[in-house]
Design a protein around this ligand. Structure first.
Ligand SMILES: Nc1ncnc2c1ncn2[C@@H]1O[C@H](COP(=O)(O)OP(=O)(O)O)[C@@H](O)[C@H]1O
Ligand SMILES: [Mg+2]
Length: 278
């Protein structure tokens, strides 16, 4: 439908670089002295690509998302989206955070429409799209429920729909499933894959979960402990759509293993508690 011209006919990732993060460094001033959160991070996302960013707590993942969204100016380096330097909050994107931040006095549909109203999109079209997004994530019939009537997983689904109602070419997600139980996460990961396959937005997906990253991504960016630098970029060569059974495949294991080994090497993971080693 939208952006058809920019897409390869098969809906594959194109070679066009949509997001270009070029040597981004972030230093925060804090009471205890300067904190270097990011150190010359460079990465690119092609249009339609699904990229996960995996790294230990505190390595600057959220900082990178804020800079990419134009919500925080970088201490150094540049972000370009579609060739334009990001120097102010971007409007042409969707963001999903760990907590869904819905307005309690608005229904699911009205929460999704919030974004459309703020952008003054034609109401009838926007509502049609909002309803179809809600249906796509299994919320048909829940349009008129209030947030307190929805489970955590459903609330997060609403916030994903809200982030997509204006059909942004890029979606930034910062640990969106971090607060959900394991089964709900599995379901949302499947729903997100389906949504991405039909919408083909470019996704930067921050997660702690190696399995989630492998399942969803075309490419995984692995970051070092603070100051966050990019340590590895791993292409996940599994066919789409991915199925839960693929988590048992050799490719899935090999990629998970590579990331796990890197975190062990970096001391992010320890196989034996120090006090218990003999
Ligand atoms: N506004 C801030 N002022 C000072 N330090 C900050 C600020 N925001 C984040 N930090 C520090 O920068 C580092 C990276 O933070 P963050 O981007 O939130 O990491 P992550 O999302 O990977 O856990 C952390 O050490 C954090 O404490
Ligand atoms: Mg974070």
């Amino acid at each position: 439908m939208q952006m058809a011209a920019a897409m390869a006919p098969s809906g594959q990732v194109t070679d066009e670089v949509l997001i270009d993060i070029d040597r981004v460094t972030q230093v925060y001033a804090s009471a205890g002295g300067a904190v270097r959160a990011l150190d010359r991070v460079s990465m690119q996302a092609r249009r339609g690509e699904f990229i996960s960013i995996v790294g230990p707590s505190g390595c600057g993942k959220s900082t990178l998302m804020m800079i990419a969204a134009g919500l925080l100016p970088a201490s150094d380096g540049t972000v370009r989206v579609g060739g334009r330097v990001v120097d102010r909050p971007q409007t042409d994107l969707g963001i999903v955070f760990q907590s869904p931040v819905l307005l309690e006095w608005r229904t699911a549909l009205e929460n999704v429409m919030l974004q459309a109203e703020a952008r003054r999109l034609p109401a009838a079209d926007a509502e049609r799209r909002a309803r179809s997004l809600l249906a796509a994530v299994g919320l048909a019939g829940f349009e008129h429920k209030y947030p307190h009537e929805l489970s955590g997983g459903m609330r997060q689904r609403v916030s994903i729909c809200r982030a997509l109602v204006h059909t942004p070419p890029q979606l930034l997600m910062d640990e969106p499933f971090g607060a959900l139980d394991a089964l709900t996460r599995d379901q949302l990961v499947l729903d997100l894959q389906e949504l991405w396959q039909s919408e083909r937005m470019t996704v930067l997906f921050v997660t702690h979960s190696i399995a989630e990253a492998v399942f969803l991504s075309d490419r995984i960016i692995v970051m070092t402990p603070r100051p966050g630098r990019i340590a590895r970029e791993i292409v996940v060569d599994l066919p789409r759509p991915r199925t839960l059974a693929m988590r048992d495949s050799a490719v899935f294991h090999a990629v998970s293993r590579e990331i796990t080994d890197f975190f062990l090497e970096q001391g992010v993971l320890r196989e034996r508690a120090a006090g218990l080693s003999r």
